[in-house]
Design a protein around this ligand. Structure first.
Ligand code: SF4
Length: 547
């Protein structure tokens, strides 16, 4: 029997953990031959279906999630037309809700698995041709081919999570990517109504010993970035401390963690403050800085504690902390989103992600959508279109705001300057967004230089008092000194003054020294560049003493 895994991702940068996670549980069996077809959602579905046809599988299996849902079904419908005897089984987050309608609508799919598939999939392979036995398979949902009756075996949970064979032991584990995902925990203690993990109980952890073994293996494969899949890394303080100690043994690796800032104890704060620089990269779940929004979303954790925790994390210079907000949550208004971005910038978040809410199948919020006044797209990705508090137009503004924050605040070259403007100028975010819309670029991808030019021209028009700062940001980002934002800089025959205050770097005579006179009469600036170097960023900066 030949099983073909259709690995359909949004790009080749991503790879799914599902295949190796399932394959690792199944002993090598001469009767079972495994094959894989990998594709991205941007490829032609007919071509991918043709590739599947050439492999002549008996079973096609795949994971279905928000962003591959539509193309996956296109491919599978074609594959089934070419291979009518082939059995199609799907799993993934798209099947956490009611699966009856799906199976009726897409009758070329034979069955779907709801929940954690490792044990159920293995069991199903053992009785694939005997549907009578399917009743014993936890999480399996299907329609009886003759009677059309729907069968639903609930949600599969792998309670002995720690006994699973590690995905890295599968020949299908992808070692080619620059980072790997390491699932150390299943389930989440929290109950956020919009999240599929909000109902994943109980929480199950791998032992520190098991995690150690797996990190060692990953390290020996040359991987230096690990995304730790633990919904709330700091839920169990003892476990979190033990993990931090373990991570310290691998100073070359960067560990990406999700953290709940409201649950930081002093003990954990002390540990975090002592971590080596660059070892951790934190994603802090915030979602909103409004009490009512968070209570309605059933998120546990006090808001004031979350703000204090985030402030602490952002103050650490040994790690970067990203924070997220979600537009479209009930009771969350557009103006509040603007204000919350300002607060996060003030706290010093390393990045601010503004997501738009999607009502995922199986979530509490989707069930209560009508009661909460939420209208959402019935098609993936099920994005919220309107709530009682935010109109479709305002949600579109939030989407453009998210792009703008990404293009400026979340971009290292423009972050410091953008942060300053967000904090100091109440209207900055509104005005910059208006400016980008007027220029017709708010919804367009823009290169680094174009963003710098826009920011400079915007400042000239709306905040002329920041023009010099915009020029400095331009120079320090390594942009061309021949372009307009640097038009006032003198690049020829510049000599050091009698007195200057060094901001960074050490001056030497071999440097190319440039001079930026300040017309507002406070400071002038000198920038030193390496001669003959590809690096266009200054390595030296000095200012004149205050007048
Ligand atoms: S949003 Fe985060 S904290 Fe809330 S339930 Fe989901 S994984 Fe847990």
């Amino acid at each position: 029997m030949k099983i073909l895994w259709l690995d359909l991702n949004s790009s080749y940068a991503h790879s799914s953990l599902a295949l190796p996670a399932l394959h690792a549980q199944i002993s090598d069996n001469q009767d079972l031959e495994w094959d894989i077809v990998s594709a991205t959602i941007n490829e032609n579905p007919g071509a991918t279906a043709g590739e599947i046809f050439r492999k002549q599988p008996d079973i096609i299996a795949a994971t279905c999630w928000l962003f591959n849902h539509e193309i996956l079904l296109h491919i599978l419908s074609k594959a089934k037309a070419l291979l009518p005897q082939c059995c199609i089984i799907l799993g993934g987050p798209e099947f956490l809700g009611d699966n009856e309608q799906f199976l009726k609508l897409f009758s070329f799919v034979d069955c779907v698995l709801r929940g954690e598939g490792e044990h159920s999939f293995t069991k199903w392979l053992g009785c694939k041709d005997q549907p009578k036995k399917w009743n014993n398979i936890e999480g399996l949902c299907w329609l009886d081919k003759t009677s059309g009756k729907y069968y639903d075996n609930g949600t599969a949970r792998v309670i002995d999570f720690q006994n699973l064979n590690a995905p890295e032991n599968s020949k299908f584990f992808n070692w080619e990517k620059p980072f790997v995902q390491l699932e150390t925990t299943r389930g989440c203690f929290n109950t956020c109504a919009f999240c599929v993990s909000g109902r994943e109980k109980p929480v199950r952890n791998l032992s520190i010993e098991a995690i150690k073994e797996r990190i060692r293996n990953i390290y020996h494969h040359g991987i230096r970035n690990i995304r730790v899949l633990d919904r709330t890394f700091n839920f169990n303080i003892r476990h979190a401390k033990a993990l931090l100690n373990l991570f310290k043994e691998y100073p070359e690796i960067r560990f990406h963690l999700e953290i709940h800032p409201a649950l930081l104890t002093q003990e954990l704060k002390d540990e975090l403050a002592k971590m080596p620089k660059g070892l951790l990269h934190l994603e802090a779940g915030i979602q909103s800085l409004r009490e009512k929004v968070l209570t309605t979303a059933q998120r546990k954790g006090q808001l004031k504690d979350a703000i204090k925790g985030l402030e602490f994390l952002c103050s650490l210079d040994n790690m970067e902390t990203h924070a997220d907000l979600i537009a479209g949550l009930p009771y969350y208004q557009l103006e509040e989103i603007f204000e919350d971005i300002r607060t996060l910038a003030q706290l010093g978040a390393g990045e601010i992600q503004l997501e738009s809410l999607k009502l995922l199948p199986g979530t509490e919020m989707r069930k209560r959508a009508t009661e909460l006044g939420i209208r959402y797209s019935p098609m993936p990705p099920y994005e919220v279109l309107q709530t009682n508090e935010i109109s479709p137009d305002e949600l579109n503004t939030a989407r453009l705001l998210s792009r703008m924050v990404d293009a400026f605040y979340n971009t290292e070259a423009w972050q410091a300057f953008t942060r300053k403007l967000i904090i100091k100028e109440q209207d900055f975010l509104h005005l910059l967004l208006k400016y980008l819309k007027e220029k017709g670029v708010a919804d367009q991808p823009m290169g680094l230089e174009k963003r710098g030019l826009l920011l400079y021209n915007f400042c000239k028009e709306y905040y002329p008092q920041y023009e010099t700062q915009a020029t400095i940001a331009w120079i320090e980002a390594g942009m061309s000194l021949k372009k307009q934002p640097a038009s006032k800089i003198r690049t020829k025959h510049v000599c050091p003054p009698k007195e200057w205050k060094i901001i960074y770097g050490t001056y030497n005579e071999n440097m190319r020294l440039c001079y930026l006179p300040n017309e507002t009469g406070v400071h002038s600036y000198w920038f030193g560049f390496e001669e003959e170097s590809q690096n266009r960023q200054p390595i030296f900066k000095a200012i004149s003493p205050s007048l």
